[in-house]
Ligand binder design. Structure first.
Ligand code: AMP
Length: 205
């Protein structure tokens, strides 16, 4: 199994890159945002509750997202060469939860990628997406709130992996669990995709 975590602010291009990578490396793309939105479309009581949280730009509880994620992994683990996580972890405590699920099947986090995009480009992209996809959470106020949550809550999770990688490198001198930050501020999605592929190919070779 080869498991990748793709970090980046909302609008940094995680979904686009995750789809391309999943295709090329036979991985399963897990977007926790998509999993939650699909519950919303069922119109269930839980779906209505999730919708109110997403629309405000807040994060759902760790318990709820963990249950959704675990169920998804169990359902797909036997028919994939690995997972690419887009939108999970988003809080530091979710890092341990993810490692816990993966280790149950002898899996690990093999690569952590961070897509870096300056805030003004992010805001432009998300406002553009609001017109194309009609996402209620892509309006300027909610975008700013989601970016604040990203800085306050998700960045510590990213730092956790950066340190975890340094520790592993010091202890084992191994490549597994590498952390790479990749610039995704340009308009050419394939330039970023090729840079990521280079990293993955060097780890797998
Ligand atoms: P996304 O499509 O990744 O931007 O996610 C949309 C929304 O789903 C987020 O703003 C959160 O409300 C919720 N969400 C997605 N992933 C998580 C997570 N790991 N933890 C908590 N909430 C999440």
């Amino acid at each position: 199994m080869f498991n990748i975590i793709l970090f980046g602010a909302p609008g940094s291009g995680k979904g686009t890159q995750a789809k391309l990578l999943a295709d090329k490396y036979n991985l399963h793309h897990v977007s926790t945002g998509d999993l939650l939105r699909s519950e919303v479309t069922t119109g269930s009581q839980l779906g209505l509750y999730i919708k109110s949280i997403i629309d405000q730009g807040n994060l759902v509880s760790d318990q709820l997202i963990f249950r959704v994620l675990e169920e998804y992994i169990i359902r797909h683990k036997d028919n994939t060469e690995g997972f690419i996580f887009d939108g999970y972890p988003r809080r530091e405590c979710q890092c341990a939860a993810l490692s816990g699920i993966l280790s149950e099947w002898g899996g690990d986090v093999n690569l952590v990628l961070l897509l870096e995009v300056p805030e003004e480009i992010i805001i432009k992209r998300l406002l553009n997406r609001a017109n194309l996809e009609m996402r209620v959470d892509d309006n300027i106020e909610t975008i700013k709130h989601r970016l604040d949550i990203y800085v306050e809550t998700t960045m510590p999770a990213i730092e956790f992996y950066r340190k975890w990688h340094e520790l592993r490198l010091d202890t084992y001198g191994k490549k597994n669990g590498e952390f790479h930050a990749i610039d995704n501020s340009g308009d050419d999605i394939f330039e970023t995709f090729n840079a990521i592929c280079k990293v993955i190919d060097s780890i797998k070779s």
